[in-house]
Write a new protein. Sequence first.
Length: 269
Amino acid sequence: MTLVMGIVNVTPDSFSDGGRYARHDAAIAHGRRLLADGADLLDVGGESTRPGAERVAQADEQQRVLPVIEQLATPGHAISVDTMNAATAVAAVAAGARIVNDVSGGLADPDMLPAVAATDADIVLQHWRGHSADMYGAARYDDLVAEVLGEIERRVAAARDAGIRGERIIVDPGFGFGKTPEDNWRFVRGLDALIGAGHRVLLGTSRKRMLTLAAARAGIDASTEARLDLATAVTSVLSAQAGAWAVRVHDVAATRLALAVRDAWEGEE
Ligand code: PMM
């Protein structure tokens, strides 16, 4: 059964409002809505990783995410913290997070892997080739599938060397990270090998430009949020078919519905 991870972004650009507390309240309310929609996990992040995004100071990042994690961390679902900073990861685990989602796979902060090893949290190691500002400069591959798989394998080895047991490790190919929309579709050919390698696999396609590209190839404009969420529901089903452990999505209700229909089709009750 593929799990659904709902996205809770606590960034100024995701909530246009007057102040910090209003922002926290909006993020907490949003997280609760996603849980009501059927999210199994919530991913709370305070730093945008969109192409060209600026880095956020650690103190600001923690001020954004910690109060939200404290409020949302209740029994029945796990919270992950989307951060590349070891100090934020440790503070988030103390606030109740069970998973550290590091889009850099431990590369951005040399303290990350040993810091997570010292907690009992799980870790998402995502494929990454540098910060957002230079995301596409690093997107050059001779053999994309083999290189991405090899680079993920090296991050897994580094995490194990730091003392993180294999059962605590989740891997993610990082759609859109150091990969053009075309590259993302190329990597889909490597999913079987990634999932077959044995670690839990998280996939994040929600509202990404690879979906707009797929639509454009068929002469369809999918630039509205509603259309992107519909396309994401489709990739959620395909991710479940491929054997993904979880999908990371903005519109939890649409993905839940799509997965329910898929399960009925498969005869899974
Ligand atoms: N994508 C984004 C942010 N964090 N984390 C993981 N593990 N996988 C992803 O694909 C991923 C991520 C960027 O998407 P957003 O800005 O829409 O949240």
